[in-house]
Structure formats: structure tokens, C-alpha cells
Design a protein around this ligand. Structure first.
Ligand SMILES: *Cc1c(COP(=O)(O)O)cnc(C)c1O
Length: 221
């Protein structure tokens, strides 16, 4: 099937409350353009350099999401244009995003990545670290005015065990729900980014509002 057909098929199954991030990492620009022409405007990349090259070459009404692990020293290369950074997992990184956003006279939306998997390889915060970051951001003295925390992101364990994946997604959703009580202090905590090609339907059942789908749209990598 073509990229456009894959895209439209997936879109037709998504509830209207769920945003689709088309994960285009490693794929060439003509592939992304096929999705663009079919109506897709949100693309996810996991390497800053690659995302910046695609941003320069492609139409400017695209929202670029950084979904990969971010190195602090590379934030400056995406600060002028990135729409949402999914994988924020340290205060140091958040402070650098704030600094670079300020330089660019922007406010950059961020998701805090929560560690939900039973794998050593996945990045993310535990609940105490999440708390610490939220307290820091909410303290006006820290002047974190150029970032906005709009939600959480998580990645389930890479496994066929649906029960385990479900348990992990449900855990993330419960942390997200607890955050709602603090909504007065944190702007627009509305996004819960969970679900990829293999598990997005389950993620939606568990409350996802944003799915990151790559191979089911663009083919294997
Ligand atoms: C690559 C990637 C995806 C998309 O994975 P697919 O299985 O190809 O849909 C989603 N989220 C993150 C963080 C990724 O790195």
C-alpha cells in the first residue's frame, strides 16, 4: 500500500480526540511529501540534525515534533522551529530548552517523559523526579517562562505481552490524571503521548491523546 493510503486508513480509525504524529525518521523527503499531500501536518523525528534538514526543505506549515532522546548541546539547532519536544527527562534539559526558546523569542511546548517500561534502555522520569521538575517550573523565581509543559509521554516495554503493555499505559494514565489536580499551576496539561505502530490501539483504549506512528505509515526502517 502507498504511504497516503496507509495514512488515511490509520486516520480513519483514530478518535477525533487523538492526534497523529507521523514518525518519519530515516525516511526521505519524497516519502514525507506524500504524507503531506495527503493532509498530514505533524511529523515526528528522533534526530535533531535530520529534523532540521527536513524542516528547511519542506513546507512551513508543518509541525515538527522531536520524539527522540535529546542531548542538551543540540537543543539550539531545533529551538527556532520545533513545535513539541516529547522526551524531556531532566531539569537540565528543560532549562536549556527554556534558554534557547528565550533566545528565539519563543515558548516551546514540552512533554515530560515518564519511565513506564521494564527495560533498562528506555529513558524517563519517575514520579518523584516529575514532582521535582513541576515544582521548579511553577516557582516564578526560576523564570521558566519560555517553556510550557503540556503533558506526558511514555514508551511501553517492547514485548508481545499485551497485559504488560496495558499495565504500563494505565500507569502513565494514572500519573497523568493525578496531574489534573494541579492544573491551576500548570498550563494546559492536556496531552498524553503514548502508542506506536504496534500498540497504538491499546494506548488509545488506555487514554492516549497522541500517537506516534512510523512503520505502519512509511513502511519498515
Ligand atoms: C520510532 C519511534 C516511534 C514510531 O515507531 P513505529 O513502531 O515505527 O511506529 C514512536 N515513538 C518513538 C519515541 C520512536 O522513536
Amino acid at each position: 500500500m502507498s504511504i497516503a493510503k496507509n495514512l488515511l486508513k490509520i486516520k480513519s480509525t483514530l478518535p477525533s480526540t487523538v492526534t497523529l504524529v507521523a514518525v518519519s525518521k530515516t525516511k526521505p523527503i519524497p516519502d514525507l511529501m506524500e504524507a503531506y499531500v495527503a493532509g498530514q501536518r505533524i511529523f515526528g523525528e528522533n534526530k535533531i540534525q535530520e529534523m532540521a534538514e527536513k524542516w528547511e526543505a519542506m513546507p512551513k506549515d508543518i509541525e515538527w515534533h522531536m520524539i527522540g532522546h535529546v542531548q542538551t548541546n543540540k537543543v539550539k539547532f531545533m529551538a527556532p522551529f520545533v513545535s513539541l519536544i516529547h522526551g524531556v527527562d531532566s531539569l537540565k534539559l528543560l532549562e536549556e530548552i527554556n534558554k534557547q526558546a528565550k533566545k528565539n523569542n519563543r515558548i516551546i511546548d514540552c512533554l515530560l517523559q515518564i519511565y513506564i517500561a521494564e527495560e533498562e534502555t528506555k529513558f524517563g522520569l519517575d514520579e518523584d523526579e516529575l514532582d521535582e521538575i513541576l515544582h521548579f517550573v511553577q516557582n516564578d523565581k526560576n523564570e521558566m517562562k519560555n517553556i510550557r509543559i503540556v503533558g506526558l509521554m511514555g514508551m511501553a516495554t517492547f514485548t508481545d505481552n499485551q497485559n504488560q503493555i496495558k499495565k504500563e499505559f494505565t500507569h502513565l494514565k494514572s500519573i497523568f490524571d493525578k496531574l489534573q489536580f494541579r492544573k491551576d499551576a500548570i498550563n494546559r496539561v492536556s496531552t498524553i503521548s503514548m502508542g506506536m505502530s504496534g500498540d497504538y490501539q491499546l494506548a488509545i483504549e488506555c487514554g492516549s491523546t497522541m500517537v506516534r506512528i512510523g512503520s505502519s505509515i512509511f513502511g519498515g526502517r
